[in-house]
Design a protein around this ligand. Structure first.
Ligand code: PMP
Length: 421
């Protein structure tokens, strides 16, 4: 495909107005004007199957969410320094999905801010500064969070107080034992350098590390290790949270561990900027006695009403159950295709969060993955690749994805692979 003159002009205008730090997806960028359910539309009315956007988790422009948002926006858009039931109703509904130990929720606008707040609270609660993170993790954009987001590269990430460890890959030994040993080694190295550990933070499905879901339970001993050293365990649920893994609302639950703090974002408002941090009350006790936390837009009445509607849809439409059922179909279908196409390697998944290795001769092939992503885009299927070697197709569709949508994807993927990529 190639860009029309209209879209060429848009690309130029973007560069002029937004500057050089922005990146578009695909060799031929996609111009979108509308979304509905799992479908996105360009100005000509062509439909694209969204298999990547975990923000629009309950489906693009879900009418119940849009109505709740519009209704509240027309009534009152207040913040958290006034009394308002909306934020309390949502907090109650959200916390009911957590173990009782996690008794508070604090609201932000982005996942980055949630992780930034988690770090501030952890430092106040532990007196430590050290951070342990996995090698291709992404946790956000603020100055302090970018430092523990190694996927941004060594020019941005790292520092004396940060230790970067390999992600728990079950193909390289027992992930529970290896990951715990790596956490313990990082703690020992910090201690040797006079740094007290504050946190171990993990995305509980290791999205940008390449999707490592199994075996469920492998995180528990690593969480115990950071706690023995006086640090806290933070589960970043920005990607796996809100039912996506099919097994539970939160990725940490698959691992039988109760984090000290849990950061939430992306799907929380289905596109409206809502994020937050769920935590054990004692973690914020000292901080709260000394300092106040006010986030102008975090927990505002429109955010609360929108997020409340999103959670209502997840509950009422059984989307976690659909993630489990449709995710299993998807996984099995990919296994079937992998038996016929040597470009497809290992498949790892939990619910509607799947990682598919693209290989040549069994070895990771970044360029082949990129070609496949662009070929799928030409077939109007939106997807992307991830992992330190860029060869993992990350499949992460809205949770309303159907068996028919899976068949459509598999059929196009099969056709592209038959033609050679
Ligand atoms: N944590 C994870 C695991 C993420 O994937 C992201 C966003 N890609 C963030 C945190 C940051 O969220 P936001 O972009 O809302 O700041």
């Amino acid at each position: 495909g190639h860009l029309s003159p209209r879209e060429e002009a848009m690309v130029t205008r973007r560069q002029r107005l937004l500057g050089p730090a922005y990146r578009l997806f695909y060799e031929t960028p996609v111009h979108l004007v509308r979304g509905q359910g799992v479908w996105l539309y360009d100005p000509e009315g062509n439909a694209y199957l969204d298999t990547y956007n975990n923000v629009a988790s309950v489906g693009h422009c879900h009418p119940r969410v849009v109505a709740a948002m519009a209704d509240q926006a027309a009534r009152l858009a207040s913040h958290t320094r006034y009394l308002h039931d909306g934020v309390l109703d949502y907090a109650e509904r959200l916390l009911a999905h957590f173990p009782p130990e996690l008794g508070h929720v604090m609201f932000t606008c982005t996942g980055s801010e949630a992780n930034d707040l988690a770090l501030r609270l952890a430092r106040a609660a532990t007196g430590g500064t050290g951070i342990i993170v996995t090698e291709n993790a992404y946790h956000g954009v603020t100055a302090s969070v970018a430092e523990f987001s190694p996927s941004l590269g060594p020019a941005v990430a790292g520092g004396d107080h940060i230790r970067i460890i390999p992600a728990p890959d079950a193909r390289q030994g027992d992930p529970a034992a290896t990951f715990t040993a790596n956490v313990e080694a990082a703690i020992a190295d910090m201690t040797a350098h006079g740094i007290r550990p504050a946190v171990l933070i993990v995305d509980t499905i290791f999205s940008s590390d390449g999707v490592f879901a199994d075996p469920a339970g492998f995180l528990a001993p690593a969480a115990a290790a950071i706690r023995r050293a006086g640090g806290l365990f933070i589960a970043d649920e920005v990607q796996p949270g809100f039912g996506r893994t099919g097994a539970a609302m939160w990725g940490f639950q698959r691992h039988g561990v109760i984090p000290d703090m849990v950061s939430l974002g992306k799907p929380m408002g289905n596109g409206y900027p809502v994020a937050g941090l769920v935590l054990r009350p004692d973690v914020v006790a000292e901080f709260g006695a000394k300092a106040r936390y006010f986030n102008t837009f975090g927990g505002n009445a429109v955010a609360a009403a929108t997020a409340n509607a999103v959670l209502g849809v997840i509950e009422d439409e059984g989307l976690m159950q659909n993630a489990a059922r449709t995710g299993r179909l998807f996984h099995d279908g990919l296994e079937g295709l992998a038996a016929c196409h040597d470009a497809l390697g290992d498949i790892r998944s939990a619910g509607l969060f799947l990682g598919l290795d693209i290989v040549t001769g069994g070895q990771p092939d970044r360029d082949r993955a990129a070609r496949l992503v662009n070929r799928l885009r030409e077939e109007r299927i939106l997807i992307s690749a991830t992992g330190p070697k860029g060869h993992v197709l990350k499949i992460r569709p809205p949770l309303v994805f159907s068996a028919e949508n899976v068949d459509f994807f598999l059929d196009r993927l099969d056709r592209i692979l038959r033609a050679g990529v």
